[in-house]
Ligand binder design. Structure first.
Ligand SMILES: Cc1ncc(COP(=O)(O)O)c(C=O)c1O
Length: 377
C-alpha cells in the first residue's frame, strides 16, 4: 500500500530533535522556527516531558472515559490556573478541528440556533462545520456546504453590527482567531473583539475564541484574545497543548451546563494525553515561558521592522508574519535548504515564525543574520 498523497513534502527526514534544533538523516542540524506548525511549545524532547510520558506509559497508557481519570482533573486545575480561567470547565479532545466542532456544537445546544459568523481569511480546521467556517472553498467538499455560515470581513465593525441587526436572533456563535495563522498573521483588533463580546451578550450568541494556533502562551498572554480585556465564552486549544502529543480541548465558561452524552470522544483526555498536557504547563510555569515568548518575540519584531526589504511585519510574541514583496519569492525555500532554518509560510508570500516558547535571543540573532543573507539572494 502507498500513502494517500495529500501533502507537498520537503525532501528531509527528521531523525533527532532537541530544544529548538532538529537533525536530518544526514546529521545536518536545523534551527526550528516552525515547531511542526506551532506544535512544539516547550522545545523538542524536553527531559521533563519525556520523563512524564515514559513514567505514565509504564503505568497505564490508555483507558476510556468510562472510568475515573484523575489526571484529567489535575490538567483542568493546572490549565485554569495558568490560563487565568479558574471558573471555566475543560472538555478534552484530540485536534484543533475537533475542538472547534465541539465549541460550535456546544454553542448551538446552548441557544438552540444554527447560524455562525466567521471571518474572511479564517482557518478553523478540515472537518464538518469547522471546514465550513474556514475561508477556503477549495477544501470545502459539497457535503460540507451550508447556508449557516456568514462570512464577514475581519475587523469590519459596521459589517458585524449590521449582521447582528439582520440575524441577531438566529446567530448561535461568532468564531474568530485572535491572530489568523493560516490567513497570514492578521490580528483581530481590540475594538473588534470588544464589539464581538458586547453583540454576543446583547443577542445571547456565543463568542468562540479559536486559540488553536495563537493561544497557549505563544503571544505572551495565555489566550491572545484576552489582550482585548474581555473574556470569550469558549476558548479552543490544540497545537502547543501537548508539545506534539495529540491533545486538544475547549475551555468553557461557567454559564454552560453539561449533560451526560452532550459531548464525547474515545481518545480525548486519555492518560498519556493528560501527562503530556501537564508536562507542558509545568514547564511553561516553571520556566516562565509566556514572558520569554513576549521578550524574544518583541526583540525579533523590532529587529525585523528595521529590515528595509520587508513589506510588513505582523504578529505578537512568538507568532510572527513577515510579508515579503513578490520580487523575493524564494526566501523561505532558501532559509530551509541553504541556511538550515525551518519556518512556516502563508499565501501569497508571508514567512511565519512559530517557534518553541523557550527560543533564546541567541537563536533569534542566528535567524536574523541568516535571514538578512537570504534576502540578498
Ligand atoms: C486557528 C486554527 N484552528 C484550527 C486548526 C485545526 O487544527 P487541527 O489541524 O489540529 O485539526 C488550525 C490548524 O492549523 C488552526 O490554525
Amino acid at each position: 500500500m502507498n500513502l494517500f498523497d495529500v501533502y507537498p513534502l520537503n525532501n528531509i527526514e527528521i531523525v533527532k530533535a532537541s530544544g529548538s534544533s532538529v537533525w536530518d538523516a544526514e546529521g545536518i542540524e536545523y534551527l526550528d522556527l516552525y515547531g511542526g506548525h506551532a506544535v512544539i511549545s516547550i522545545g523538542h524532547t524536553h527531559p521533563h516531558y519525556v520523563q512524564r510520558l515514559t513514567d505514565q506509559l509504564n503505568k497505564v497508557g490508555f483507558y476510556s472515559n468510562s472510568v475515573l481519570i484523575p489526571l484529567q482533573n489535575e490538567l483542568a486545575a493546572k490549565l485554569g490556573e495558568v490560563s487565568g480561567k479558574t471558573d471555566y470547565h475543560l472538555f478534552l479532545c484530540n485536534s484543533g478541528a475537533e475542538a472547534n466542532e465541539n465549541a460550535l456544537k456546544l454553542a448551538s445546544f446552548y441557544n438552540g440556533r444554527k447560524k455562525v459568523i466567521a471571518f474572511k481569511g479564517a482557518f478553523h480546521g478540515r472537518t464538518s462545520l469547522a471546514v465550513s467556517a474556514t475561508d477556503n472553498p477549495k477544501i470545502i467538499a459539497p457535503v460540507n456546504e451550508t447556508d449557516n455560515i456568514i462570512f464577514l470581513p475581519l475587523n469590519d465593525e459596521a459589517a458585524l453590527t449590521q449582521a447582528f441587526d439582520q440575524y441577531g436572533s438566529v446567530i448561535a456563535a461568532v468564531i474568530i482567531e485572535g491572530i489568523q495563522g493560516v490567513g497570514g498573521i492578521k490580528e483581530a483588533s481590540i475594538p473588534f473583539l470588544q464589539l464581538i463580546r458586547s453583540l454576543c451578550d446583547q443577542n445571547n450568541a456565543v463568542y468562540i475564541a479559536d486559540s488553536v494556533q495563537c493561544g497557549y502562551g505563544r503571544t505572551g498572554l495565555f489566550y491572545s484574545h484576552d489582550y482585548a480585556g474581555v473574556e470569550a465564552d469558549v476558548y479552543t486549544m490544540a497545537k502547543g497543548m501537548g508539545n506534539g502529543f495529540p491533545v486538544a480541548g475547549i475551555s468553557i465558561a461557567p454559564k454552560f451546563k453539561p449533560w451526560h452524552g452532550m459531548l464525547g470522544t474515545t481518545f480525548g483526555g486519555n492518560h498519556l494525553a493528560c501527562v503530556a498536557g501537564l508536562a507542558v504547563l509545568e514547564i511553561m510555569e516553571q520556566d516562565n515561558l509566556m514572558k520569554n515568548a513576549e521578550k524574544v518575540g518583541n526583540y525579533l519584531i523590532k529587529a525585523l521592522k528595521e529590515i528595509p526589504e520587508i513589506k510588513e511585519v505582523r504578529g505578537r510574541g512568538l507568532m510572527i508574519g513577515i510579508e515579503l514583496p513578490d520580487t523575493l519569492p524564494n526566501v523561505k525555500k532558501d532559509l530551509l535548504f541553504k541556511h538550515k532554518i525551518f519556518t512556516g509560510e502563508a499565501k501569497p508570500n508571508v514567512i511565519r515564525l512559530l517557534p518553541a516558547l523557550n527560543l533564546t535571543i541567541a537563536h533569534a540573532d542566528q535567524f536574523l543574520n541568516e535571514f538578512k543573507i537570504a534576502l540578498k539572494g
